[in-house]
Structure formats: C-alpha cells, structure tokens
Ligand binder design. Sequence first.
Ligand code: BDR
Ligand code: CA
Length: 305
Amino acid sequence: AINIIMDTDPGIDDAAALTMAINDPKINLKLVTAVAGNVTVDKTTANALKIVHFFGKDQEIPVAAGAKQPLIKPFEDAARIHGESGMPGYDFGNDYGQPIKKTAVEALRDEIMASKEPITLIPTGSYTNIALLFSEYPEVKENIKEIIAMGGTLSKGNMTSAAEFNVFTDPHAAKIMYDSGIPIVMVGLDVTLKALLTPETMDKLGTMGRSGKMLQALVTHYNDGDDNGHPMHDVNTIFYLLHPEAMTTEEMWVDVQTEGPAMGETVGDIRGAYHDGKTNAKVCVDIDAAAFNKWFLEEVAAIKD
Ligand code: BDR
Ligand code: CA
C-alpha cells in the first residue's frame, strides 16, 4: 500500500477525500493533521475525528490538531460554502474521540521520520502546517516522496480572479511549500472544476449503503457547484494518487504571489521563460471527468458498511 499522510480542513470535499483514503486498500493512511481553513481548527479537527470514527478507525489512524491561523495573513473561514460546522447535513453523534496530544507539526515530524518508506503528503487545506514543519524540521524533506496538493489554478481563481481558496488563505505557507525542493503535484481548479460530481452520481450515492448516504447528505449541503454538479476539489488528490493516467500534467515552475491584489495567485512558468526551464511542480491541467465519477462510485460501493 502507498503510505500517505493527509493534512486537511474538513470541509465537505475534504471529508469525501478522507473517506477514499481511509477505505481504499491500496492506501495506508498513517496520520491525519488538521488545519484552520474552511472553518476553525477546533472544528476541522473534530470533523476529521468524526470521519475516522465513522469508519471505526479510531485506533489505527491518529488525528492531530494543527495551526489555528495562517502564518501572516488574518484567518478567514469558508463557512458560507461548508456551513458553520464545516460538515453539515449528517449527524455524526458526539462520541468521536479526541485528537492525540502531539501538535500536527510534531506528529508529522515523528511519523515522517519513523517511516521506512518515503511518505506521500496530501494537503487539502492551506499549507500552514506544512510550512511550519519545513521551517522547524527541514530533515523531514528527505523522507517525503512527493506532495500531492489540492490548491492553486493556472486560470481563474475561486476567491479572487487570481487566487484559489487554499493558496489565498495562506499564501506565505504556499510559497514555502512550493520553494521547498520537494516534487509537488498541483491539483488545482484547472482540473477540479472540470470533474463535477454529477446529479446522477449524487442520486446513486443516495441508493447506496451508509457511506454513500453520508456523503450524499454532506454534498447536498455544499454551497459549491450548480445544477451541473459539485466540484469535489480535494478528492481529486486521491484520484490522482491512484489514477494518474486519468489526468494530463505539465511540468513547470510555480511561483506563489504573496502580496497585493494578486495575493494567492499560483503563477505557472508555462514556457520556462522566467525560470530557465527549471521546474518545481507537475500541474494537473486536464482530467477524465467521466472516469472520476465512475471511480467515485466504485470507491464508495467497495466500502463494507
Ligand atoms: C478548496 O477550498 C476549500 O473550500 C475546499 O475544501 C478545497 O480544499 C477549493 O478551492
Ligand atoms: Ca479543503
């Protein structure tokens, strides 16, 4: 199995990404760290615990709480998209356990250093925890295989015309991550807005077991998308991990703009003109949307519930 760690801010699409990562037998999810983003870190931590508990993995998959706010920029949530709780529409009960005592940064360090196989790091929130980790414990970089990160865009943003939410929320952290020297796969709006979860897929989820119904309930309360469907942004990272052949990628250097009106923009050096052909990322530029919907349903169908 592929050893991964998810750094996340659930968040409805984060919850769906966690669902796939927890249940797919080809994945070994070793740790979940939470960060402030869609809602406050208390809530994203609780939401991550709820999903882990929903699948009965409380003993196997630790959850650690991370940064309360971005490195420099003031914190602003996205409750208008994901609801006040961050995961509305389904009653997970009150008995979902506690995060471990270690902070996200300490837990990330310990888990990455202890792993015999290099880790694939999958951030689906802002990259604050990751930036803090690299600043505090740069030695972890040697045991990270790659970072598959939801965030960014080469085209239009979903916060400003330039910036996508995860990068916009903590652009300074994003810059540290992109400049880290670790190979990055940018899974941004260029693909996530093409692979909408269709109304047909939503209907099918509702006819499935406990997991399908849970996901359908959450996505029904998700204020992202329209009659054509809902973007499952964060789930695209797991889809890429398992099916890179379903995406088209282009290698380039990605710079992050940290100030001014274009703050949070991911600037791709598409012709190698600014960085002399050097690259720091594979940017996902196209996706097989039908394959994504098919895979989504297959993953949920395979969950024993
Ligand atoms: C990203 O922003 C968040 O609201 C989603 O969970 C996703 O990670 C999409 O821009
Ligand atoms: Ca997210």
